[in-house]
Design a protein around this ligand. Structure first.
Ligand SMILES: [Zn+2]
Length: 148
């Protein structure tokens, strides 16, 4: 794209004023862009912190009472907040499992509690049962589960 053309004013004073305004506008362009970047980074850091707190709050409720599982953070919020793993247990055979939230095929706007009815235990499925998953905790890391 060719640079924008500003018609040259006839008077010398106006030409000087135009040059000055152009220098000012170019300087402000950069300054405003940097301010925008800075605010966006701060905003994203605050959202990340809010997501983390939302996960911690849900974890505390799960640890204390195990219910209600609703409301819960969304998959997106859990991953963004540093809790990309969901620890579950089969409500029938008690087999524990860690779910990689980032790898789920469900939309990332799905709430974690909505996963309870979608995460089926393989063992029980093979036995013809469809028990719901008991949601336990959101976690930063994969557990070291002993092989079944
Ligand atoms: Zn099971």
């Amino acid at each position: 794209m060719s640079p924008k053309h500003h018609p040259t004013p006839l008077s010398g004073g106006d030409r000087k004023a135009l040059r000055k305004e152009l220098v000012k506008a170019r300087g402000v362009t950069l300054m405003l862009a940097r301010q925008s970047e800075d605010l966006r980074a701060r905003g994203e850091a605050m959202i990340r912190e809010a997501d983390k707190l939302s996960c911690e709050s849900w974890n505390e409720r799960m640890w204390a009472d195990g219910e209600p599982i609703d409301p819960s953070p969304t998959v997106d919020q859990a991953v963004n907040g540093g809790f990309p793993w969901l620890q579950i247990e089969c409500s029938r055979c008690r087999t524990p499992r860690d779910i990689d939230l980032a790898a789920l095929k469900t939309p990332s706007t799905t709430c974690v509690h909505d996963l309870a009815t979608r995460l089926r235990c393989e063992k029980c499925k093979n036995a013809g049962k469809r028990p719901v998953a008991t949601l336990q905790q959101l976690a930063a890391k994969l557990r070291n589960l002993s092989p079944q």
